[in-house]
Ligand binder design. Structure first.
Ligand SMILES: NC(=O)c1ccc[n+]([C@@H]2O[C@H](COP(=O)([O-])OP(=O)(O)OC[C@H]3O[C@@H](n4cnc5c(N)ncnc54)[C@H](O)[C@@H]3O)[C@@H](O)[C@H]2O)c1
Length: 334
């Protein structure tokens, strides 16, 4: 399969490296507005064609897969153009700035396969937690709490993540979308959200968000998101689910259960089977890209296609509305 990558920053380079190593795939076209980056990439590979305009790249190349790894405000136009041409897409998270933009992308899908880059769906700790909850090993779910913490911002920062037009918001959309996706994945869709946001350091976007969530099932829980949290040089996305017979706590590195009788069972990520063929920047990214390729080959939907991948964005739209008007808001999915 011929793969094109748009946006050659951290995530685009990672996906390009992975697709180049996957059996039957090769990266044949690259696009970035940064000419220097293109020059460097060309010097390592004579066969790859490089572009500064994504539209020209998509017009001139009959690509099977297009990776959209640009700042969020560009995802909509880039993904829509690729889908209109019948190409399959991997869109980095969050899928788009708003539900409306997600709706335009979905409206142009025409049977192409799609995957939104919620990479934690490919980590064994979260997948084991999902199985445990679905099989009711600890009984029925009563409540949950979750956080996504990172010590990323300690001074006013530059970059698209801190520009509400380009990023769509601050910590909530950038980090919180992962946590909201995980709540959907493990516990199901949400009925309503209330949200408070706080600017601690940044001038134009929130550094902290606190959400109260009610699921369709009636289960209630909360989510705290912060990129100014001390002690989290590496990100941690933790979900704690309280059930009738105990508590399950899951993060990137571990899955822990504590039964009501006090029995503790903690398994670190190294304890889980690892079928992923190679590791470039995190095994979950290889698993993710491989999943898209296999879904295309098997004509199956991916486990986070653009319909599913739009769900966190719908919750975030309602959360920002709630933060502005101080009222709980209904979640309106596509
Ligand atoms: N799944 C994850 O774990 C994860 C982690 C980090 C970022 N992301 C997501 O990946 C996406 C990219 O983030 P990043 O950290 O790689 O950003 P980045 O800033 O490192 O890279 C973005 C790249 O896009 C390029 N670009 C900007 N405008 C462009 C245009 N018009 N045409 C072509 N290229 C253009 C920039 O020059 C830059 O090289 C975002 O959606 C982000 O939220 C996902």
């Amino acid at each position: 399969m011929d793969v094109g990558v748009i946006g050659l920053g951290k995530m685009g380079l990672l996906h390009a490296a992975i697709f180049n190593r996957l059996d039957g795939c090769r990266v044949t076209a690259l696009c970035d507005v940064n000419e220097l980056m293109l020059k460097i990439l060309r010097s390592g590979n004579d066969d790859v064609r490089t572009y500064t305009d994504f539209q020209i790249m998509l017009d001139e190349n009959d690509l099977d897969i297009v990776v959209v790894a640009t700042p969020v405000f560009l995802h909509g136009s880039m993904a829509t153009t690729a889908l209109k041409k019948g190409m399959h897409v991997l869109i980095e998270k969050p899928m788009a700035k708003t539900t409306e933009e997600c709706s335009t992308i979905i409206g142009n899908a025409n049977g192409s396969k799609s995957l939104v880059g919620y990479c934690r769906r490919f980590m064994p700790t979260y997948n084991s937690a999902k199985k445990l909850i679905e099989e009711e090993e600890l009984g029925k779910v009563l409540s949950f709490r979750s956080h996504f913490y990172l010590s990323q911002v300690d001074k006013r920062m530059e970059g698209w993540q801190f520009d509400p037009y380009k990023g769509g918001g601050g910590a909530l959309i950038d980090l919180g979308c992962h946590a909201l996706d995980m709540v959907h994945y493990i516990l199901g869709p949400m009925r309503s959200v209330s949200c408070r946001t706080e600017r601690v350091i940044s001038e134009s976007v929130e550094d902290v968000a606190r959400l109260e969530l009610t699921l369709n099932s009636g289960v209630r829980g909360n989510l705290a998101v912060s990129w100014v949290e001390s002690g989290y040089r590496l990100p941690e996305m933790m979900l704690e689910v309280t059930c009738e017979k105990g508590v399950a706590r899951v993060a990137e590195k571990y899955l822990e259960t504590v039964s009501n009788d006090g029995t503790v069972n903690k398994r670190f990520k190294q304890c889980f089977p690892d079928p992923i063929p190679f590791n470039i920047g995190g095994r979950e990214y290889t698993a993710e890209d491989l999943h898209l390729v296999e879904s295309i080959r098997d004509a199956q939907n991916t486990k986070c296609d653009i319909k599913v991948g739009s769900m966190p964005t719908s919750v975030i739209d309602s959360a920002y509305l709630s933060a502005r008007d101080g009222q709980p808001q209904k979640v309106r999915y596509l």
